[in-house]
Ligand binder design. Structure first.
Ligand SMILES: CCCCCCCCCCCCCCCC(=O)SCCNC(=O)CCNC(=O)[C@H](O)C(C)(C)COP(=O)(O)OP(=O)(O)OC[C@H]1O[C@@H](n2cnc3c(N)ncnc32)[C@H](O)[C@@H]1OP(=O)(O)O
Length: 306
């Protein structure tokens, strides 16, 4: 006897877990784990900025979306830091270069239409980036949402300046407003940095990850039990699978993550970062998840790694 009363229902089964919703339109658990890097980075970065004694008492300029340069708590809190100017401000160019390098150096794109499908997915993502940040039948969606939420270029309040600039509607973007010497203030300013860093890095990771996974498998099974196949059925060379394109992508992903963290720490309100994240992930879903559930579209744009 162990002193415990005998169980009344010794054969009762524990309740079965709720069924997992399986649909190609949603990320798999592993993909979800990887995608969670984005909200976790933004959340931890923002929390740190609120709690850290070095940043929490510093003045913050909501119009510039940053700490005034004279009070910048670190090199990366300044807008003119080199990584911002050379990497993020030209971010889509680097995304394109890295993807092109990967396609040019990876053996699986040697034969067949796989490279064409990567170009189609890149074109789709580029279209999303362009509509959101650059042009959407006029100003991009970021600028449109800023104006729709009550924001405007402050110089427009000056009738003389307005006269000089011609039609008021022309100063309808952040860039045009700054060029006109105005201040873009009053609306909800979706973080373009968060949007572009999330969309670009998720795209590059989605394209490159299958190659890295197959390389890891190849290294693990070096004794020949399993091999990695190129699109033409040839065994791939593992130095090519871990080659220049994959290395460039790794550097690009590391820099993207770092700049996302810096944006989380020093720029924008939490809500502006959240909307940047949601739009970035929505764009990624549109190009990489929606076709998974639509066979005719999937047949045209394909899926990374297949
Ligand atoms: C497979 C492939 C095949 C290819 C097949 C080839 C086919 C052959 C076709 C060729 C065709 C090529 C075509 C390619 C396409 C291009 O390469 S296009 C040319 C390259 N252009 C680019 O890449 C531009 C990318 N940049 C952008 O889109 C915008 O700058 C961004 C990133 C969205 C950011 O916009 P933003 O105005 O900075 O706005 P936001 O993020 O809200 O920031 C607000 C302020 O806070 C500051 N800030 C925010 N976060 C930070 C931070 N972390 N650090 C510092 N400052 C910050 C910003 O600097 C900004 O300050 P201001 O500058 O306004 O004073």
């Amino acid at each position: 006897m162990n002193g415990r009363p005998p169980s009344l229902h010794p054969t009762t089964k524990p309740p079965s877990p709720p069924p997992i919703l399986k649909t190609p339109l949603l990320p798999t658990p592993n993909e979800l784990l990887l995608l969670s890097i984005y909200p976790i980075t933004l959340l931890l970065g923002h929390l740190y900025s609120l709690l850290s004694p070095t940043t929490r008492h510093l003045p913050y300029d909501p119009v510039a979306q940053s700490h005034p340069a004279a009070h910048a708590p670190s090199y990366f809190a300044r807008k003119n830091n080199l990584l911002n100017l050379l990497f993020v401000k030209l971010g889509w160019l680097w995304t394109t270069v890295v993807l092109a390098l990967f396609v040019a150096t990876h053996p699986r794109f040697g034969v067949g239409g796989l490279a064409g499908q990567v170009v189609l997915r890149w074109a789709g993502s580029t279209g999303v980036w362009y509509l959101v940040t650059q042009w959407c039948f006029g100003p991009g969606l970021v600028d449109r949402s800023f104006a729709l939420t009550g924001g405007r270029c402050q110089v427009l309040k000056d009738p003389v300046a307005m006269e000089e600039m011609g039609k008021a509607g022309e100063v309808f973007t952040r860039v045009a407003c700054k060029a006109a010497g105005g201040q873009w203030r009053g609306g909800h300013d979706i973080s373009g940095h968060v949007f572009m860093l999330v969309l670009g890095s998720a795209m590059v990771a989605a394209e490159v990850a299958p190659a890295v996974v197959s390389w890891v498998r190849l290294v693990r099974d070096r004794n020949g039990v399993t091999t990695t196949m190129g699109s033409d059925g040839q065994e791939t060379d593992d130095s090519a699978v871990s080659g220049l394109g994959v290395k460039a992508a790794a550097v690009y992903l590391a820099l993207s993550w770092w700049m996302l963290l810096m944006t989380a720490l020093y720029f924008h309100t939490w809500f502006e970062k959240l909307t940047g994240l949601i739009i970035g992930l929505a764009g990624f879903w549109l190009i990489y998840y929606l076709p998974r559930g639509m066979a005719p579209v999937r047949a045209i744009v394909g899926m990374p790694g297949l």
